[in-house]
Design a protein around this ligand. Structure first.
Ligand SMILES: [Fe+2]
Length: 274
């Protein structure tokens, strides 16, 4: 299984994606100056129809970037994260990173998962995610769970993976690949990117055991309840009700336990009674 994949999405998909963003972010056209700032970027995850459109647009590419054996048995994060990074990072003028180098597994992400980043607007003058080869083979790293500050990564264990930063660049990497957001001193362009995770296996199991209710339903800061993983299907849902219905049927086919978890998650999250 490849630990890192980098590809460029089709021109047509990128254009549609930019159009979708333009229509939802204050009717903003990001094609203008790349050195502009946006002080309040809206939380697009609250816009369910936008999130569904985004998912539908990217589904095909996600499939193609997954290992074959998981294409029929994986769970996709919904909604995806949409992030805007300003041209300069005023908070950390002297320090060139916004966060500590980390793997998301340390803060509770599933070990058997892939992370995806799609750069919609980005270039060599914007911030980017600096990537390193997986450190899973070293127990010190694969067993650790906790705050990023509490683990020291040995420089010798870090092998950088270089890739091109450009509009439409789509990367996926193993959950144990260390990474961090990098701002160079010369950063002068904004970046708009989309990121999300795909967990291997269905949303209701972890390491072939059923997930706990607490882990599935309850969210903490930086650790959303795992109910935000939904069965990855090749269907394109027209609205949230279609997506919910499909998921309820799927969970029902697995077990009463899975069905009840999904029902609880949905009524909490979408305030819909089932
Ligand atoms: Fe991360």
């Amino acid at each position: 299984m490849k630990e890192f994949i980098s590809k460029k999405i089709k021109k047509k998909t990128l254009l549609e994606l930019k159009k979708l963003l333009r229509n939802h972010v204050y009717n903003d056209n990001f094609a203008g100056s790349r050195s502009r700032r946006v002080d309040k970027f809206p939380d697009l995850r609250k816009n369910i129809s936008f999130c569904l459109n985004l998912e539908n647009l990217l589904k095909e590419d996600i499939y193609l970037m997954l290992p074959k054996k998981y294409q029929r048995n994986a769970s996709l994060q919904f909604p995806m994260n949409i992030r805007f990074f300003n041209p300069t990072n005023e908070l950390l003028k002297h320090n060139y990173s916004t966060d500590n180098i980390h793997t998301d597994v340390w803060s509770g992400a599933p070990l058997r998962s892939k992370q995806f980043i799609l750069y919609v607007y980005a270039d060599r003058n914007s911030s980017y995610c600096r990537m390193f080869r997986s450190v899973e083979r070293k127990r010190k790293y694969s067993n650790f769970r906790g705050k990023y500050q509490n683990i020291k990564i040995n420089k010798k264990d870090l092998n950088e993976i270089k890739y091109k930063i450009e509009d439409g660049r789509f990367i996926s990497f193993d959950s144990m690949c260390p990474h961090y957001t990098y701002y160079s001193k010369k950063t002068k362009h904004f970046r708009l990117s989309i990121d999300f995770r795909v967990k291997f296996g269905n949303p209701y199991e972890i390491n072939n055991k059923r997930i706990t209710r607490k882990k599935f339903v309850e969210s903490k800061i930086g650790q959303p309840g795992w109910g935000y993983y939904w069965k990855l299907s090749n269907k394109k849902f027209k609205n949230i009700y279609n997506k919910i219905l499909y998921e309820l049927e799927f969970s029902k086919s697995l077990s009463k336990f899975a069905f009840n978890l999904r029902k609880e998650y949905i009524s909490n999250k979408f305030k819909i009674k089932i």
